[in-house]
Design a protein. Structure first.
Length: 95
């Protein structure tokens, strides 16, 4: 199920723009590690290590930050696409 989210002054309006089931799964997998924290970036759920985002949820996917060379390799594989939340590039290090 996909929703679209608009947040204003800590109030959610509209619908979620990420898959909440994916967030539950990632919370379970990642937040057991003390160095990982959950946060939001551009209104989207994200995960950080030492304050640096390494994963962001959007739509039915998860953007993962990797070295640029690895991203180029992965983009040649079926099913891997550039991470473009809201139709905008998130950078060369996200797939």
């Amino acid at each position: 199920m996909l929703f679209v989210v608009k947040e204003e002054r800590n109030q959610k309006m509209g619908r979620l723009n990420y898959n909440p089931e994916q967030k539950v799964t990632l919370d379970r997998l990642l937040l057991d590690h003390p160095e990982v924290s959950a946060d939001r970036v551009f209104g989207l759920p994200c995960y950080k290590v030492n304050g640096v985002v390494f994963a962001t949820l959007y739509g039915e996917g998860v953007g993962i930050k990797l070295p640029e060379a690895r991203v180029r390799e992965l983009l040649e594989q079926p099913g891997c696409v550039p991470f473009r939340p809201f139709g905008r590039s998130r950078g060369k290090e996200f797939v």
